[in-house]
Design a protein around this ligand. Structure first.
Ligand code: GDP
Ligand code: GDP
Length: 495
């Protein structure tokens, strides 16, 4: 204590404005290089940090302390300098451990940071063991740092599974560097720190403040990544050309012509659109196994780089076979929505169904296809279907308006206050199994966009059933016009 006092004096930190001792304390722990300091710096931003250290060991064993600001949350944050195992260093270790142990004793909460790009390392397991031994009564949150790029690649789920085995509950994905996941960190900490929430005078309770991903507000303005997929000969290249409004892609009747990468860019209504290379998808024919399947693997990867996936179907083929989607098409559509992409279905070659004797067919297809798609892909309701003729060059605007619309919904962020007003209303609409077993949602919040992801914080023992979650998803879609967008809801218990 004396040490801290003298250190405070020496650094002349002005603590008069905010009495740090009244704030809850959160310590950041983790093996070296996982990004503890980076997270610490993000949390305290430009405010001053107090540094104190053991006299014997000035250089590396610092513990920094600062006041963190995360939305309307204020807490004291400690940056431990890295716990090390006996194996890595002998005597420094015991001192560090002892010191961190002391600091730990003054903390109510711990953020256990791991590096998601490295995956779980033996050292992480050691830290976990150490925490379990020393951190009794300290609520520990596991945060997978450096998640910024993995989010796009959809690899986080697997890593979250590993991190869960640490035994500290569901991990959250963050990036100390870009600010990705700070909203989720806020939502995780908020119920824990609720008693400590300090509303400072002149302190705007600013929701935007917690959406800290650097480019967050730019989200929907950032280039839209579009993938056009479909079986051979449905008219993907023709459609591409219509979108690009110039002949950049070779068009021909032979299957597999577009296998080579297409990376193009165009503007639509002041928006930049990137066409993601997905050639090869559904192009497999029995004969070519080697290189073709390789290109399918590659395209699958690139497919997941897209924000919006447009699946092109052939109207003439639908009329002939009387089925909207062939097996391969169903597979890819399901995969797209399971990966959290926005899906737009395009029924091409509608010109072939024009003319007197075809007008019935034309109408039938327009009515039947969306319905059939709904039954084939029950995971997402309201998938948009557009009917075009790429050959006639029509449909550029129709297709792009739908794609942009899907993208904007996919990026949507709903403020917590609005969501909770909404929640109160819908909860009364839902027929619960019975009053006694009805779960209590303390509040509901969107932790992520692209795709919209929500967390329900529950008090009490009851969990939301699958039916409850389906009901919430359906209501969100109806009330916020999110048709066709994959929506995710998870639940978390709070004391
Ligand atoms: P500490 O030893 O745990 O305090 O780790 P540092 O904060 O010093 O970070 C270690 C390295 O990881 C540095 O090179 C950081 O720039 C980098 N780093 C920290 N956070 C992130 C992140 O969110 N994403 C990425 N890509 N790198 C990060
Ligand atoms: P891809 O293999 O999916 O890239 O298909 P292509 O764009 O190469 O088109 C295959 C064939 O269908 C070509 O002969 C195109 O001219 C034709 N095609 C493409 N779109 C349309 C359309 O809207 N109407 C008609 N009638 N033919 C089309």
């Amino acid at each position: 204590k004396k040490k801290i006092k003298s250190a405070k004096k020496k650094l002349r930190v002005d603590f008069t404005k905010l009495d740090a001792t009244l704030l809850p304390t959160v310590i950041i722990v983790g093996r070296p290089n996982v990004g503890k300091s980076a997270l610490f710096n993000r949390l305290i931003r430009r405010r001053e940090a107090l540094v104190y250290n053991t006299p014997e060991d000035h250089v590396t064993r610092d513990i920094r302390e600062g006041i963190a600001k995360l939305g309307d949350l204020r807490f004291r944050v400690l940056d431990s300098a890295g716990l090390e195992t006996e194996a890595t260093s002998g005597s420094i270790l015991s001192r560090t451990t002892e010191m961190t142990g002391n600091v730990l004793a003054r903390s109510q909460f711990a953020i256990f940071l791991i590096d998601v790009r490295d995956g779980l390392q033996p050292l992480d397991l050691e830290v976990g063991k150490w925490l379990r031994k020393h951190a009794h009564g300290i609520h520990t949150i596991v945060a997978m740092n450096k998640s910024e790029s993995l989010d796009e690649r959809g690899l986080l789920t697997a890593e979250a599974g590993h991190a869960y085995t640490l035994g500290f509950g569901d991990p959250i994905a963050i990036s100390a560097e870009t600010g990705f996941g700070m909203a989720e960190l806020y939502e995780t900490l908020r119920p824990l720190l609720e008693d400590y929430i300090l509303q400072l005078p002149n302190d705007k309770h600013d929701q935007d403040d917690i959406c800290l991903e650097t480019k967050d507000n730019e989200h929907c303005k950032s280039p839209l990544q579009l993938a056009i997929v479909g079986r051979p000969n449905v008219g993907k290249s023709t459609l591409l050309n219509a979108l690009l409004q110039e002949q950049r892609v070779m068009v021909g009747p032979e299957a597999g012509l577009t296998r080579d990468s297409i990376r193009a860019q165009f503007e639509f209504e002041e928006r930049t659109v990137y066409l993601v290379d997905t050639a090869g998808w559904l192009q497999r024919s029995g004969k070519e196994k080697g290189p073709a399947s390789l290109s399918i693997m590659q395209s699958r990867k690139s497919l997941m780089r897209a924000h919006v996936i447009s699946l092109v179907l052939d109207a003439e083929e639908i009329a002939k076979t009387k089925t909207s989607m062939k097996h391969a098409e169903v597979v890819i559509a399901r995969q797209a929505v399971d990966e959290g992409r926005a899906l737009v279905v395009i029924v091409n070659k509608m010109d072939l169904l024009r003319g007197k004797h075809n007008s019935m067919l034309h109408e039938k297809i327009i009515n039947a296809v969306p319905q059939e798609i709904q039954t084939l892909i029950p995971q997402v309701t309201g998938i948009p279907v557009v009917f075009v003729s790429a050959l006639e060059g029509k449909g550029r605007v129709t297709v792009m308006r739908q794609v942009v619309d899907a993208y904007e919904k996919w990026c949507l962020r709903l403020p917590t206050a609005r969501l909770n007003r909404w929640l109160r209303k819908v909860m009364s609409r839902h027929s619960w199994r019975d009053q006694a077993t009805q779960p209590k949602i303390k509040y509901f919040t969107q932790v992520k966009a692209r795709p919209p992801t929500f967390v329900a914080f529950l008090t009490g023992k009851m969990q939301l059933s699958d039916t409850d979650i389906r009901f919430l998803i359906k209501s969100l879609k109806e009330d916020f016009d999110l048709g066709g967008i994959p929506i995710r809801i998870t639940q978390r218990s709070v004391p």
